[in-house]
Design a protein around this ligand. Structure first.
Ligand SMILES: *Cc1c(COP(=O)(O)O)cnc(C)c1O
Length: 410
């Protein structure tokens, strides 16, 4: 037996049927038409937003990093919940605008922005978080072409990282942002060229469960923003502090308590260096807002044995939920929390089983030697933490199976 991560505390059952947003999993599948299906409970997303607002100082804006889940109905609801969207492509720009987010609340980060993406974003009035000096030149040229004053911020590759992060995004050589020792010169050059300078974007890491590490990084981020602003000789309108709030995906993970982070940030904002006194601050989050709200439901097609090991074969797989297969940025494969949705809470019995997807590759493994109640053909397997980096982060065209269905509740 290999352990699995903790099932998020929002979920319970009625007569052993998993409830999502108060509805039974089987009836949700009926409503959607078939499996595989992603169900998102907007009530959980809204509860996370409330949790953030309660813990963080009022002055801190909340941005949604929409690459975590760009499902259009969810995005439209998100536009009313958060203070801004962070986008990473021209496609996300179109989705953000269609969702009703105001252009002056959208910022566009990401390496390798194409000329047409820069032109569209600058024309729309979106802030570009510059990833390099070259991108600064291309943004000015794009602005000239579309006849607009560009709104430009500088993304800084900080000289520190967020300790213990699942994905390191700062510290050392990185394709993201401009090294801290060159960031002030780039901001100054953009101001001198007539751009509307919007400030700094400093993102040091992702998927962190340690409040002390996040507190330390936020303090270092504010200090770096102050130092850079002094060097520029101008106050930044906005300091985007990054994010990094993580979720408990795996055995032994405990939920991040954001309350001490809010208390520490409140103290930081009370004693800001002079140059940041008039600045706004933002935290950008993806998975922490939407990850726990999603459940991936897939049906058991076959139960078979091979050399004494039982394989449960489902109609979904890594083509929809790559992260649960362990192939999305994790070094060691570990089990996401999962359950038999129509036997939720029933006693575990028999030997552990291995839950595999329907793809013809050995990496399509959703649960490795997990302990479940007895599983039969036709049962529904629920994989939790499917609200972020699920459908849109998976190779849906691989092997020609149908795309997953999606459903937003609440
Ligand atoms: C992906 C990304 C995020 C969101 O990361 P999560 O771990 O989902 O919160 C935030 N900011 C930037 C710059 C990103 O690239």
């Amino acid at each position: 037996m290999k352990p699995m991560g903790p099932i998020p505390t929002w979920f319970g059952a009625e007569e052993n049927m998993l409830l999502i947003g108060g509805c039974g999993a089987a009836s949700l599948v009926d409503e959607a038409g078939d499996t595989p299906l992603f169900v998102y409970d907007m009530g959980i997303v809204e509860a996370q937003v409330r949790r953030f607002r309660q813990a963080m100082p009022d002055a801190v804006h909340l941005h949604y990093a929409m690459k975590a889940n760009p499902y259009a109905p969810l995005l439209a609801r998100m536009a009313g919940q958060v203070d801004g969207f962070d986008i990473a492509s021209g496609g996300e720009l179109e989705m953000a605008l269609s969702a009703g987010m105001a252009p002056d609340r959208i910022s566009f980060a990401g390496p390798g922005k194409r000329r047409d993406e820069l032109e569209a974003a600058i024309f729309a009035g979106v802030t570009i978080n510059l990833e390099s000096e070259g991108e600064g030149r291309r943004a000015l040229a794009a602005a000239e072409k579309v006849g607009k004053t560009p709104r430009l911020a500088v993304r800084v590759n900080p000289d520190f990282d967020l300790k213990g992060s699942g994905m390191k995004m700062g510290g050392g050589a990185k394709p993201f942002g401009v090294d801290a020792d060159r960031a002030a010169a780039l901001a100054r050059a953009m101001i001198d060229a007539g751009a509307d300078w919007r400030g700094w974007h400093i993102f040091a890491g992702s998927q962190n469960l340690d409040p002390a590490a996040i507190i330390e990084t936020q303090a270092a981020t504010i200090a770096l923003a102050a130092r850079l602003s002094d060097a520029v000789g101008a106050s930044p309108p906005l300091v985007n502090l990054g994010g990094g709030f993580g979720l408990p995906y795996f055995p032994g993970d405990a939920a991040l308590d954001i309350r001490p982070v809010g208390v520490a940030l409140d103290n930081e904002l009370d004693s800001l260096p002079d140059i940041l006194r008039g600045s706004d601050f933002a935290i950008e989050l993806g998975r922490w807002l939407v990850g726990e709200a999603g459940v991936y439901l897939t049906r058991v097609v076959d139960v078979k044995t091979s050399q004494g090991e039982t394989f449960v074969v489902v109609d979904g797989g890594l083509h929809h939920q790559l992260a649960a297969s362990g192939n999305f940025g994790t070094v060691v494969r570990r089990n996401y929390p999962m359950a038999v949705a129509n036997r939720f809470g029933a006693a575990v019995a028999g030997d552990p089983v291995t839950v595999v997807g329907c793809l013809c590759t050995p990496i399509d493994r959703l649960g490795d030697k997990v302990s479940l109640p007895p599983v039969e053909e036709g049962d529904l397997i629920a994989i939790f933490l499917a609200g972020a980096y699920g459908a849109s982060a998976s190779p849906t065209a691989f092997l020609g199976h149908p795309s997953p269905r999606e459903l937003l509740l609440g």
